[in-house]
Ligand binder design. Structure first.
Ligand SMILES: Nc1ncnc2c1ncn2[C@@H]1O[C@H](COP(=O)(O)OP(=O)(O)OP(=O)(O)O)[C@@H](O)[C@H]1O
Length: 243
């Protein structure tokens, strides 16, 4: 095992002068930010402000044009494609608006897929715990099409947690859900931070969702322009309106 400095272990994700250009568009413009381990951070900003690009670069789904990204003590820029893919599968959990479950697999197979892709078996006690948290114990043999949208997203959250990832990245995970179901999914992400010390980064348009985080980052024009800590819904809406 690699020895890490105390600083590296306290830092979950670090972006250092990250710029991402698509042709003439600077989707991210010199972004530097540190996500502390076990924190829950929301990212807000107008359409086109760079939220998804930020999440993709921070999670190793895309490589920055310039700058560096570290997950724990690992510099993603030093990893080749195979190692980067493995890091994403083993150390990061993803939740997307569109659930992205495999239609032909049942709920348990979907949840355990990241482990099986990595050639490992689920730890039965952890699988039970994750399934209990997301409330799908009586749905394990159902296929996604037999579930409600909220149940599908809860299965996707379970799939994101099954590898005990260091960081969970969620891109508009409540965008397709009704408000009550959205609250359940947010509670699961909050629990991931509070119960198991995972670092959660949530991209959202919803001030109610953002206010469940420890801190809200505001992006505009590819830059972080503000942070609101211990946010109330009113504080988030107020900052949003003046962006
Ligand atoms: N693959 C791409 N090719 C070209 N331009 C891109 C690409 N991805 C993003 N962009 C551009 O980069 C900018 C930021 O896009 P991004 O999707 O990160 O914003 P966003 O804040 O997530 O927007 P939204 O809230 O609408 O999803 C936009 O101008 C967008 O058009």
């Amino acid at each position: 095992m690699t020895t890490m400095t105390a600083e590296a272990t306290a830092v979950a994700v670090r972006l250092e002068s990250v710029t991402k250009a698509y042709g003439a568009v600077r989707a991210l413009d010199d972004v530097t930010w540190t996500f502390p381990r076990g924190g829950f951070t929301a990212v807000m900003g107008p359409s086109g402000s760079g939220k998804s690009t930020f999440l993709h670069c921070a999670s190793g789904l895309e490589r920055p044009s310039t700058g560096a990204v570290r997950i724990g003590g690992t510099d993603l820029g030093r990893l080749g494609e195979a190692k980067l893919t493995r890091l994403r599968r083993e150390r990061i959990g993803f939740v997307f608006q569109a659930f992205n479950l495999v239609p032909s697999m049942d709920v348990e197979q979907n949840i355990t897929l990241p482990l099986r892709l990595g050639g490992t078996e689920p730890d039965p006690a952890w699988l039970d715990e994750v399934v209990r948290r997301v409330g799908l114990a009586d749905r394990l043999r159902h296929r996604p099409a037999e579930l409600s949208g909220g149940q599908q997203q809860r299965a996707a959250v379970a799939r994101a947690l099954i590898t005990r990832p260091e960081v969970v990245f969620a891109d508009e995970p409540t965008g397709a859900l009704d408000p009550r179901t959205a609250r359940e999914v947010l509670r699961l992400l909050r629990e991931a931070a509070d119960l198991t010390g995972q670092t959660v980064v949530l991209v959202t348009h919803d001030p109610l969702a953002a206010a469940t985080a420890d801190s809200v980052l505001f992006l505009s024009g590819g830059r972080i322009v503000d942070e609101v800590r211990d946010p109330s819904v009113a504080a988030v809406m107020n900052r949003w309106e003046t962006l």
